[in-house]
Write a protein that binds this ligand. Structure first.
Ligand code: 2M8
Length: 439
C-alpha cells in the first residue's frame, strides 16, 4: 500500500472507531458526546469513503435542533457520563429544547452549511438537489435564529454568550474578559489562596490528558460558572441580555458565519428557493461589519464586546479566518499572509499556532492558547486558496500532513516541536487529513 493510501486508511479507521452509528464522537473518554462543528468536519472527511454516512452525520445534528431554530453545540450520548453531563446543562428547562434528546443550551461555529455543500459536491445534480431539499428548512431556520437572537440590534455581527460557542474554549481575548469582569468572588478567593488545586481533584479531563495541556483550574471554574449563569436564565436570550451577562461578537464565529451565509445562498439558488430580501440584507451587513473588527494600529482582526464595541485586543488564530470568510480586500489578505510568514507570529516550524508566538499568552502545550489545530489549518488553507495563495496553502497542508505522518491523529500539536498533544485518535484531525489526502 502506498504511504498516502495507508494514511487514508488510518484516518478512516479512527473515524470508524469513534462512530456511534448515527453520529461520531470527537474522541473516546474525553469527548463521549456529539458536538456541532466536530460533526461538520467529520462529515467533510466521511464523504470521501461513504457519502450516505456523511449525510447521516449532518442529519443526526438536527435531532438536537431547538424549536426556535438553534442548533445546540452538544447532544448527549447515553453512556456512563450521561447523567452527570446532561445535568450540567438541563436543556429541558427551556421550552424550546427537544423532548427526545438532551442537549446543551448554546451553539457553536455555524459550519453546517459548509459541511452540507462539501457533501453535496460528491453528489450528481439531481441527488444534490434532493439532499439540499432535505436539509434546507433546518439550515434556514438556524441562520434566521442566529440573526433574530444573536444580532438583536441589527448591526450585522452575531454575538456569543459563552467561550464554548466559539469552539476556541480558552482563547485569550475571551479568557481575559472573563477574568476581568466575570470571575465570581469564590473563584477569586480560591485563586488568591491557591486553593484552586482542590477543583483539580474533581476534573475528569485532567485524568485523561495532562493538566498542562488543558485549561487551568481557574479557567475551568470560570467557564463552568459562566455556563451556570446561562442555565439560571433558562438560556433565554432576553434575560441573558437584560442581565448583561458575557456577550462578545467573536471573530472566528462571524468569519465562519459569513461563509455559511454564502453557502446558504448557493443552496437556495440550486433549489430555486427564494431567500427574503430582509435576510439577504442582513447577510450583506455582516460582511460589511467584519471590517469593524480590524485594528489599523496592530494590523490585526479581533473580536469585540457586544455592549461597548471595544475591540478585545488579544490576538489569536481567529485573526486569519477573514481569509476563509472571503469578504476582505486583497491588501488586508496580504497583511494576514505576512503574519503567517512571520516566525514570531503565526509561522513557527509547525504552523498555525492558536496564539501567535509573540503574545504573552503563548504556551505551546496549552489547549487553545498556543497549540496547532488541524481544523483551523483546514479553514486557513481554504482561505489562502480563495485569495490566490496556492503555494502557501499547499505548504500549510503539507506541514499539517507531516504532523499526522506517524499515524498520531491527535487533538492538537506543539507548534515548536510537532509533539502530538491532547486526546489521541481525534475525529476532526482524521477527517481533515482525509480530506487533504483526497485533494
Ligand atoms: C472543546 O470544547 C469542549 C466544550 O464544548 C470541552 O472543552 O470540553 C473544544 O475544542 C471545541 O471546539 C470542540 O468542539 C469540543 C469537542 O471536540 O472540545
Amino acid at each position: 500500500m502506498s504511504d498516502t493510501l495507508a494514511q487514508q486508511q488510518a484516518a478512516i479507521d479512527i473515524l470508524k472507531k469513534n462512530d456511534k452509528g448515527l453520529y461520531t464522537i470527537p474522541a473516546s473518554k474525553l469527548y463521549p458526546h456529539q458536538w456541532l462543528w466536530d460533526s461538520c468536519f467529520i462529515a467533510i472527511g466521511q464523504r470521501h469513503y461513504d457519502v450516505e454516512r456523511a449525510k447521516m452525520e449532518i442529519l443526526s445534528l438536527l435531532r438536537g435542533q431547538w424549536s426556535n431554530g438553534m442548533i445546540p453545540h452538544m447532544i448527549f450520548s447515553r453512556g456512563i457520563e450521561y447523567r452527570s453531563d446532561h445535568n450540567v446543562w438541563r436543556s429541558w428547562i427551556s421550552p424550546f429544547a427537544p423532548d427526545d434528546v438532551i442537549t446543551s443550551g448554546i451553539t457553536q461555529p455555524p459550519l453546517l452549511a459548509e459541511a452540507i455543500v462539501r457533501v453535496g459536491e460528491k453528489l450528481k445534480l439531481p441527488e444534490r438537489r434532493s439532499w439540499y431539499r432535505q436539509i434546507f428548512p433546518a439550515l434556514l431556520a438556524y441562520h434566521e435564529w442566529l440573526y433574530r437572537e444573536r444580532d438583536p440590534h441589527e448591526e450585522g455581527l452575531a454575538l456569543q454568550i459563552h467561550p464554548w460557542e466559539t469552539g476556541l474554549d480558552n482563547t485569550p481575548p475571551w479568557m481575559s474578559e472573563l477574568h476581568e469582569h466575570l470571575l465570581p468572588w469564590w473563584v477569586r478567593v480560591l485563586q488568591k489562596t491557591k486553593l484552586d488545586v482542590v477543583a483539580g481533584w474533581f476534573r475528569r479531563d485532567t485524568t485523561i490528558v495532562p493538566a498542562a495541556e488543558r485549561y487551568s483550574n481557574i479557567d475551568a471554574m470560570a467557564l463552568f460558572d459562566a455556563q451556570r449563569r446561562l442555565r439560571r436564565k433558562e438560556y433565554n436570550i432576553d434575560k441573558i441580555l437584560d442581565h448583561s451577562l458575557f456577550t462578545i461578537e467573536d471573530l472566528a464565529f462571524n468569519a465562519i458565519f459569513i461563509r455559511a451565509n454564502d453557502h446558504l445562498i448557493a443552496i437556495a439558488k440550486t433549489l430555486r428557493a427564494e431567500l427574503s430580501e430582509a435576510l439577504l440584507k442582513r447577510m450583506d451587513l455582516t460582511k460589511k461589519a467584519l471590517d469593524e473588527l480590524w485594528d489599523p494600529y496592530t494590523e490585526m482582526y479581533y473580536p469585540r464586546d457586544f455592549v461597548n464595541h471595544k475591540l478585545l485586543k488579544e490576538p489569536s488564530v481567529a485573526a486569519l479566518l477573514p481569509l476563509y470568510a472571503g469578504c476582505i480586500d486583497k491588501e488586508r489578505a496580504a497583511l494576514l499572509v505576512k503574519s503567517l510568514e512571520n516566525a514570531h507570529m503565526f509561522g513557527p516550524p509547525h504552523p498555525v499556532p492558536s496564539v501567535p508566538l509573540n503574545s504573552p499568552w503563548f504556551d505551546p502545550k496549552r489547549y487553545w492558547q498556543g497549540p496547532t489545530w488541524l481544523n483551523m489549518n483546514w479553514l486557513i488553507a481554504d482561505g489562502l486558496i480563495r485569495y490566490g495563495y496556492k503555494d502557501h496553502a499547499e505548504a500549510l497542508v503539507e506541514s499539517s500532513l507531516e504532523l499526522v505522518e506517524k499515524g498520531e491523529f491527535n487533538e492538537y500539536y506543539n507548534p515548536l516541536t510537532g509533539e502530538p498533544l491532547g486526546a489521541p485518535n481525534f475525529s476532526w484531525t482524521a477527517a481533515v487529513a482525509l480530506d487533504w489526502l483526497n485533494r
